[in-house]
Design a protein around this ligand. Sequence first.
Ligand SMILES: CC(C)(COP(=O)(O)OP(=O)(O)OC[C@H]1O[C@@H](n2cnc3c(N)ncnc32)[C@H](O)[C@@H]1OP(=O)(O)O)[C@@H](O)C(=O)NCCC(=O)NCCS
Length: 273
Amino acid sequence: MKPLLIIPPAPARWPMIERIGLERPAEWWADFKARVSEGGAGAQDAVALIAPGGEALGLACICRGGSIGVLSDIFTRPQHRGRGFARMLVGALLNWFDVTGGKTLHAAAPIDVAQRLLVPQGFEPTRRASDAADARVTLRRGSPAGQHDETGPGAAEVRAVLRGDWPALYDLLQHRPGPDPRVGLDESALGAEEFLAQLSFQQRRGTCVLLVESRAERPEALASLAVDQLGERTYAMILPHDVNSPPLRQAVERTATERGYARVEYPLQALAG
Ligand SMILES: CC(C)(COP(=O)(O)OP(=O)(O)OC[C@H]1O[C@@H](n2cnc3c(N)ncnc32)[C@H](O)[C@@H]1OP(=O)(O)O)[C@@H](O)C(=O)NCCC(=O)NCCS
C-alpha cells in the first residue's frame, strides 16, 4: 500500500485527517488544520497518509522551512498497528524530503519507537533526558544544520515569525538552552516542539507577539513579547538568552510602546545571569 503524499494547501483532504482519532488538544487541531488546509506561511510541509478507500488509517508529517525539517505526529490507528504503516509513512516523507533538497531532519520519540522505527531509517539519537526505559529521545537525520554559536553571513533582518521559521527555531533549540535557563539542554531540546507549539498557540490567540532576527533567511534569535495584560509594564524573552541583538531588542521595545506599555522586563534573562 503506497502512502498518499499531501502538500498543503489541501483543504479537500482535511475531513479524512480529522476523522483519524488522534488525541490532541483543540488548539493543536486548529493549528494542524490551518497548516493542512491553508499551508503555513513560508513553510513547505508535507503530510503522508495511508488511506485505502478514502479513509485515513495512519499519518505522519514533516514541518519544513528551507533545508531543515521536523518529522512529527507519526500515528497509526490502534486497530491497524503492526502492519508496517508507520514505516511506510516515514519512508514516503523521507523520500520527499531528500529529493526536494532537505538536509537536516529532526524528530523526537519514545526510545523504543526511535530504535525500531527511526534509527533503521537513518536517524541518530541526539539527546535523552532520562535513563527511564520509556524515556523520549531527540533524533537527527542528515548533517547538522549549523553550530549556532557564531553569527552567520549577511545583514540581520527583524520580522514577524512565520510558520516556515519553526524547523530552524527547533534546530536552534537543539543546540542552545530553551526558555528556562535552569533546565538542562537535553531536557529543553526534548521540549522544543511543545514549547514552540505553545508559542504558536499564544501568537494565534493574540496574547503574544513573536519576532525573529534572521540572517540569510536563517533565524538566529527569537523574541516573545506578552501583550495579554494591560498595564505599565509587560514581559519579554529573547532566545538564546545570551544573544546580543540590539535590533531585536529595539523591535521588542518598539512593539511594546505601540501596544501602550511603558516598560518591558526580561525575567528569564535575569535568571540566565
Ligand atoms: C508508534 C506507531 C506510530 C507505530 O505504528 P505502526 O504502524 O504500528 O508501526 P509499524 O508497523 O510500521 O512498525 C515499524 C517498527 O516500529 C516498531 N514499533 C511499532 N510500534 C512500536 C512501539 N509502540 N514500541 C516499540 N516499537 C514499535 C515495530 O515493531 C516495527 O519494528 P520491527 O519491524 O523491527 O518489528 C503507533 O504505535 C502509534 O500511532 N503510536 C502512538 C503515537 C506514537 O507514539 N507515535 C510515535 C512518536 S511520534
